[in-house]
Every structure is written in C-alpha cells, then in structure tokens.
Design a protein around this ligand. Structure first.
Ligand code: AMP
Ligand code: MG
Length: 331
C-alpha cells in the first residue's frame, strides 16, 4: 500500500463504527494506523506482515535491534504469538490482562524476524482500552504497536500528538481521548519461574511480587531501554522538592521567564512568582498520566529549560523516574 501524505491533523478519525472499520481495512491492506491504548498511542500494523512492520520501523526511525510489542485481543490468542506459554506467563496474563503488562515469551514461528528484531522471543500484551479491544478483535490478527512517536521523542498520549508527528505515515489516527495511564507498559520476561522486570511501568514490582532492588538478570533489560528516550527539545533538569526554590532563587527575572516548572501542587503553592508553570501533579500516578503532555507543552511554551520535581522511587514512581531520567539524559 502506498504511504499517504496528509496534512498534520487531517487523519484523526472518531472511533465510531465507521472509523474502526476504516482502521481495520487499513491494517488488512498492510497500512499503519494510530491506535489509542491505556498506556500511550501505538503506531499499529499487522505483526505478521514484514512489510507493515518495516513501515513501522521506517516511520519511527526506530533502530532495527529494538523489537516491537505485539498486541492481542484475548488471552486465548497467546498461542498465535508464543511457541511455548510457561505457567508463569499464564498466571501473569490471568492476573494482569487486559492491562499495562507486556510479557516476553518464546516466539511462535509465525512471528516474522523483523517484528522481534531477530530475537527468538517476542513481547506480547493484551491492552485495556475499548477502542484497541474493538480494533484487535475485528482485525483478528496480532498487531505490532510501538509508541506512535519518532524514536527518542516523548510518547503520544492524544490523537493530536500522533497526527502532529506521524500523521504522514498513517492512514488514520483513531481518537480515543487522552490515555488514562500515560506511560508505557511494564515489560517482564515470563520465560522462567519468576518474573524478571525489563522495563518499569505502572504494573509495579510490588504488584508483581518481585524484589524492589534490581537483580543481575534485570540489568540485561530490554533492548529498547538502552536508548535516550522521551526527550523534548528543551533540556530537562530533575530537582528534588526541597531544592526547587533554591534553584529558582539564583535566577534573573528574564532567566526565570524562560524556565518551565513541573511540580507537585503543594510545591507550586509555595513557589515565588516568575517561572512558567507547565504542569502540576497530585501524586506519581497523576504525573505518569500527564508527563508526556507536559514535556510537549514545555516545548510549545518555548522555555529554555524545564525543571521537574522528582518523586519517590517506589510503586509507579519507579516508572516515572525511569522516563524522567531518560528525558533528562544528555544526547
Ligand atoms: P515500545 O514499543 O516503544 O513501547 O517499546 C517496547 C519495549 O519492549 C522496548 O523496550 C523493547 O526493547 C521491549 N521488547 C520488545 N520485544 C522484546 C523482547 N523480545 N525481549 C525483550 N524486550 C523486548
Ligand atoms: Mg516507545
């Protein structure tokens, strides 16, 4: 299928019966769509079609050694993707699907090499979003859907984010509103007897019953976690709550006017006037939901740097701090 070139925003479709039918038709034809999930918007294509998957890698400029997550419509579809489903994978699927947990399992022969970046394993997830669920059930095939952003950019959490940056690469973007979770899924290697966390997400270590400290196996991590990621065009500086006022106090009025702040509501309430308030948050779950949108708003506001208040590294805070550290990493 020819890749269509449309004006940004022109491809957003209401996720009604006609929009969903058009999305499924595009997937059938080997085309790509923007698909809302509970985590972030995905750039979705037929996971079994190497041509469609190649278009995903090209559109995102994703390194070829970073495998894709395959999405399925029901737990019973796992056998279409996995060569072997361990008791652990079965338990985790029963406990956490549909939901923001991705399982790495041995890949079925039907999964093309390009989808799994040449690995013998594949990452699979059953998303918890009504639009994704309807599309996946109607498409009746596993769908590869990495986040719908150019590699390295903040992930998209609205249809408009997808249309603005990858509108030219998709047949359409289904509008499912703002993503309720806001950060990518937890990735777990489910091949052994115990879950090994490869990427932090909002399904927490506490919920999975795994050690809060990283084990040696976990340090191998997912291929994708090697890359700098999620970065807006302005530098991001992580600041503990107690230090924010001191960091701001040393600045001239014009420097303050070019400084953006993302901080908790209670920090914001005590902040002196001057900096640009980009976003406030109640807790780490709220920050997760709003993080990528806030990074994009900081860019739009044209600030020359963005201060972000750190959150405690427990529960969902671990996923938030993982994304923030990579957004703040030097290129
Ligand atoms: P994204 O699709 O952008 O949310 O990224 C998917 C994440 O899952 C990346 O960190 C990948 O490296 C990881 N991943 C996908 N497939 C595998 C696999 N077979 N083994 C380990 N990690 C994987
Ligand atoms: Mg991604």
């Amino acid at each position: 299928m020819a890749v269509s070139h449309r004006a940004p925003g022109a491809s957003i479709r209401v996720a009604d019966a006609a929009g969903i039918a058009a999305a499924v038709e595009a997937l059938d034809a080997g085309g790509l769509i923007g698909l809302p999930t509970e985590t972030v918007y995905g750039l979705a294509g037929d996971a079994l079609d190497p041509g469609a998957v190649a278009r995903i890698f090209a559109a995102k400029q994703r390194p070829a050694d970073n495998p894709l997550i395959v999405h399925i419509a029901a737990v019973g579809e796992l056998h279409r993707v996995a060569a072997h489903v361990t008791p652990l994978a079965r338990h985790l699927a029963a406990d956490f699907w549909p939901g923001p947990l991705t399982l790495v399992v041995d890949a079925a022969p039907a999964i093309p090499s390009i989808t799994r970046a040449g690995l013998s394993t594949v990452a699979v997830r059953l998303p918890d979003h009504p639009v994704a669920a309807t599309v996946l059930a109607a498409a009746d095939r596993p769908v590869a859907a990495p986040s719908a952003n150019p590699s390295g950019r903040p992930s998209p959490t609205t249809a408009a984010h997808v249309a603005a940056e990858l509108g030219h690469a998709v047949e359409l973007v289904l509008d499912g509103g703002s993503c309720p979770v806001g950060v990518e899924s937890t990735v777990v290697d489910a091949r052994g007897d115990h879950p090994v966390v490869l990427r932090e997400g909002t399904v927490t270590r506490e919920q999975l019953g795994v050690a809060v400290r990283r084990t040696t196996a976990e340090r191998q991590r997912s291929p994708g976690t090697r890359y700098r990621h999620y970065a807006p065009s302005c530098p991001v500086v992580l600041v503990p709550r107690a230090a924010i006022s001191a960091v701001l106090a040393g600045q001239s009025p014009s420097a303050l006017d070019r400084t953006g702040v993302v901080a908790s509501s209670r920090t914001l309430a005590a902040l002196p006037p001057g900096p640009r308030i980009i976003a406030g948050f109640d807790d780490e779950v709220d920050l997760a939901r709003n993080l990528y949108g806030a990074l994009r708003r900081a860019e739009e506001a044209g600030v020359s740097r963005l201060l972000v208040e750190t959150v405690p590294e427990r529960g969902v805070g671990r996923a938030v701090m993982d994304r923030l550290r990579r957004a703040a990493a030097q290129p």
